[in-house]
Design a protein around this ligand. Sequence first.
Ligand code: PLP
Length: 394
Amino acid sequence: MSNANLVERGKKVLMNTYARAEFALVKGDGCTVYDKDGNSYLDFLAGIAVSSLGHNHPKITKAIESQAHQLLHCSNLYWIEPQIETAEILCEKSFADKVFFCNSGAEANEGAIKLARKYAQTKGYSERYEIITMNKSFHGRTLATLTATGQEKFHKDFKPLMPGFVYSDYNDIEMLKSKISEKTCAIMIEIIQGEGGVNMIDKAFVEELDAICKEKDILLVIDEVQTGIGRTGKLFAYQHFNINPDIITLAKGLGGGVPIGAFLAKDSVALALSPGDHGSTFGGNPLATASAKAVLGVVGDNNFLSKVNQKSDLLVNGLKKLAEKNENIVAVRGKGLLIGLELNAPVAGAVKKCLENGLIVGTAGPNVIRLAPPLVVSEADINKAIEILSEAIK
Ligand SMILES: *Cc1c(COP(=O)(O)O)cnc(C)c1O
């Protein structure tokens, strides 16, 4: 069996929804992954900001293995020990009092949207149901989160969309103010637009947005599906600013590779939900939450996060040096280990060159290379990645 064999069989039986590279990954260790033909790659995408502790991390594999021997699943009709422990950690380390677990980012955002609408009803704002989201945002692929996603290219063949979403430009506070109406129940936003080009939120914009939300009792929902769990050098990206979100959503990095999502809220908001309002058969199951608990045990440590920031400096400074020598690089931006490298032309060719030279990177829109290595990446691997990128961009 080879890459070519698997690619051919996969094309026969899997829906054609991804533009996949022509190889199958079969194994990983640390920041290195291996394909079916035995080629190795330095993994600077981590399964799209998921495998934050790299591959085959002993604490995660051990947590999963021992939980598998105990109990894989039992439904939410009963209390689940690792689910409670994971929620305790998330609440202790954030603004939140309550957690709801689900299985993906889209599902976390769906839940946040439902909670925002229910909160408005509970508060007697019977006319409020609209949610303002940003142009170039990304919130998921289900119908509600697809509608929340402010990018027409994802909408066009799937209409009619969900009613009740309004779009505004990122970092444009005046436009945002003009979109707020008596119907607005929430504003949902990313701290860094991951899929939309690795665009950073402005401090002044997000802090004023927060103040407006508080003044009008509009919920501030932060989609931290990509930025959460240490990705930006803080456990949650909202913690870079002086803001008080009402709801945050998590997924990608939370389970270290095991599918899990969550939305978190303060009691003043979370208590709007009662038994029967929301649910998920698999949500927060023992296996997924045992893994998340192990991830938080490592990433939740301030020493670990300060190392992430040191690595970020090394990577960003290396890329900025490249940019000085190479006029094809338009910008280097991002925070922590979520970095965008914008070129003055489509990046598809450079991404392919990187793969040929043993480096996996991602994209964020046509002109941006997205780097999201495991948070445990070594300095040597960062230097090697910069070398391969330099070669690919020439
Ligand atoms: C990936 C992503 C999602 C969707 O998550 P899925 O697990 O693919 O459903 C939502 N929001 C943001 C910011 C994301 O990066």
